[in-house]
Structure formats: structure tokens, C-alpha cells
Design a binder for this molecule. Structure first.
Ligand SMILES: Nc1ncnc2c1ncn2[C@@H]1O[C@H](COP(=O)(O)OP(=O)(O)OP(=O)(O)O)[C@@H](O)[C@H]1O
Length: 308
């Protein structure tokens, strides 16, 4: 359904591409994780899928949604694409909804023209029911400040579903919520996928969360895919030192009182381009050949050591 081929995106005044030769697919009814530390290029990848890259970006490669080339779509084509083929769920629901608009108006924004006011309102009530809100008839008349963060995130998900998109792009959809609400939203996304067959690209820095919901995972670092594979295999037997490092650094409640080992150092910013493997400066297994050339992704892993 979604096919990204060798996508590179370079932002103005930077030393290396923010997205560097990324290939990624999402099939119908599949949930795919895009995981990595802050600044690795996850959000930018989602924005590229929506045709929403920052001005002045230089792009190469291809993004196809059901065969249609996203990067060459007209403005009208892109509007249709964002409503009906790929819809975004953002991290912070309070930032996504204007505080001055009623929930019903927000929800019917993209369908009002097509359906007319009355049918759009009925659809808004139906959508709020779909995402498990208790009193849809009342909620459509309410303003955002009258709902909790978790309820508002359900509204944002309902809005994403309004145009019956084929694909949902969920960018850290639970990060702004407390843990109990996080679990509820993850459950909702899982249920919706079973009911609607919508594919999902689930973006997160949280590996545990990815393991709960994703069929496959791509691990991204400094704009490149370091490793990819089925979730279960990736977590049981990580092959890239970065994936192992991320897994080891994930805190677990059972390890009470001990801090997990963090990966030393920080990811490179866009003004530096370490030669060869981008992760080499932080890698405990680094060898001379690591800095000689960028290791290609072979058989799901981009690491010289994994090929030995
Ligand atoms: N509009 C923009 N202008 C300039 N630089 C940008 C812009 N958007 C993203 N970047 C830069 O591109 C890189 C990738 O950012 P991106 O937001 O995709 O990372 P991320 O993995 O989603 O991280 P986070 O979890 O912090 O959002 C970062 O270095 C970021 O500073």
C-alpha cells in the first residue's frame, strides 16, 4: 500500500540528508513501527508521506501510495491524499485542535463539503462512537477544554478516520498522555485496525510500545534505517548494535532501583556527517571498516559486523 523507495531529503544549510536513502513499506492492515531517538528523521519521513516537507528541501527517491506518486501530486491531489489515503495523528491533541472550535466542527472539516452539514454531523457522532467516547451527541457540541487529554486524542483519531483513509500515520500518539491513558489509546488503535483494515505507520522512540502494537519495525538512526524485521525477531535477536543498545536502554519496572545502561554519546546533528556508519562514533563494536563506507542495508541490517 505504502512504498517508500530510496528516499533522501536534504534540508537547507545542512551537511547531510535528514532522511538518507530510506526504503520502507506498509501493507494493508499492517502496523509498522518506525523507531529511533529524537532527531533521527521519523517525523520528517511521515511528513514526506503527506507531501508536507519544509520549504527548500531537496528530495530524491519515490513515495507511492497505492501506486500513486506522492512527490509529484498537485495541491488538489495532495489534499485528497491527506483526507482519504494517508491521515496523520499528532502527538499532542491540544496542539492539533483549535481551542475555539467545537469538537463537531473540527471533526467535520474535511467531510462537510462532500456530505453536507447534516450528514457530516451525523458522521461526526458516529466517529466519536467508533473511538469509544461515551456521549457522542454531547461531545460534538463541546469545546476542547471540556475534554481530558485522552478523550481529545480519541477525537484526533476520529478526525483521522473521517475520510476513511487507507493508512494512518501515528506520530508519537501517546507521548503526551499518562501511562493508563497511553494503554487505552494503544488498545483503541489496535481495535480500529482490526475493524477498519487501515494500515498504520507507528512512530515512536519507545521500543516497548512498538513491541505491543507493531507487526514489523524499522529502526532509524541519523536519517538511515539501521535494522528492520518482524517485531518478535527484532526484539528477541537484535542484529545491529544500535538496536541492542536501544533495547538495553529501555527501562523496565521489574529492574527496580537500577538505571538501564544508556548508549554513550549523542546522535549527530544535521551539521555533522560522520564518515561511514553514522552510529560508528557511539558503537562499542566499531572496527576500521565501519568508517570506510556507509554499510548498505543487507538482509534487514546495515552493519559490517552483522555481515561477518
Ligand atoms: N522544518 C525543519 N527545519 C529545519 N530542520 C528540521 C525541520 N524539521 C526537522 N528538522 C530536523 O531534521 C532532523 C529530523 O527531525 P525529525 O523531527 O524527523 O526527527 P524525529 O526522529 O521525528 O525526532 P523527534 O522524536 O524529536 O520528533 C532533526 O535534526 C531536525 O532538527
Amino acid at each position: 500500500m505504502l512504498e517508500i523507495d530510496d528516499l533522501s531529503v536534504r534540508l537547507p544549510h545542512t551537511a547531510r540528508p535528514a532522511i538518507d536513502d530510506v526504503s520502507l513499506t506498509v501493507a494493508e492492515n499492517e502496523t509498522v513501527g518506525l523507531v529511533g531517538e529524537s532527531g533521527s528523521g521519523k517525523s520528517l519521513t511521515a511528513r514526506a508521506v503527506l507531501g508536507l516537507l519544509p520549504k527548500g528541501s531537496r528530495t530524491s527517491g519515490e513515495i507511492r501510495m497505492d501506486g500513486a506518486d506522492v512527490l509529484s501530486m498537485s495541491p488538489a491531489g495532495l489534499r485528497r491524499h491527506r483526507a482519504h489515503s494517508a491521515a496523520m495523528i499528532y502527538q499532542d491533541p491540544r496542539a492539533a485542535i483549535s481551542p475555539f472550535r467545537r469538537i463537531g466542527d473540527f471533526l467535520t472539516e474535511i467531510i462537510r463539503e462532500e456530505l453536507g452539514a447534516k450528514a457530516a454531523r451525523a458522521r461526526a457522532v458516529e466517529l466519536l462512537g467508533m473511538v469509544g467516547l461515551p456521549e457522542p451527541e454531547r461531545h460534538v457540541r463541546q469545546y476542547p477544554h471540556e475534554l481530558s487529554g485522552g478523550m481529545l486524542q480519541r477525537v484526533v483519531i476520529a478526525a483521522a478516520l473521517a475520510g476513511e483513509p487507507r493508512l494512518m500515520l501515528a506520530d508519537e500518539p501517546t507521548t503526551a498522555l499518562d501511562v493508563t491513558t497511553q494503554a487505552e489509546i494503544v488498545r483503541l488503535l489496535r481495535d480500529l485496525r482490526a475493524r477498519t483494515r487501515t494500515g498504520m505507520l507507528f512512530i515512536t522512540h519507545d521500543l516497548e510500545l512498538a513491541s505491543m502494537i507493531c507487526d514489523r519495525v524499522y529502526v532509524m538512526y541519523a536519517g538511515r534505517i539501521m535494522e528492520t524485521g518482524p517485531t518478535r525477531r527484532l526484539f528477541a535477536r537484535p542484529r545491529h548494535p544500535y538496536t541492542s543498545g536501544l533495547l538495553a536502554a529501555t527501562p523496565r519496572v521489574s529492574d527496580l532501583g537500577t538505571l538501564p545502561p544508556a548508549i554513550p554519546g549523542r546522535p549527530p546533528d544535521l551539521l555533522s556527517a560522520p564518515p561511514g556508519c553514522r552510529f560508528a562514533p557511539r558503537c562499542e563494536h566499531v572496527m576500521d571498516s565501519c568508517t570506510a563506507a556507509v554499510p548498505p542495508l543487507v538482509d534487514g541490517v546495515a552493519c559490517v559486523k552483522a555481515e561477518l
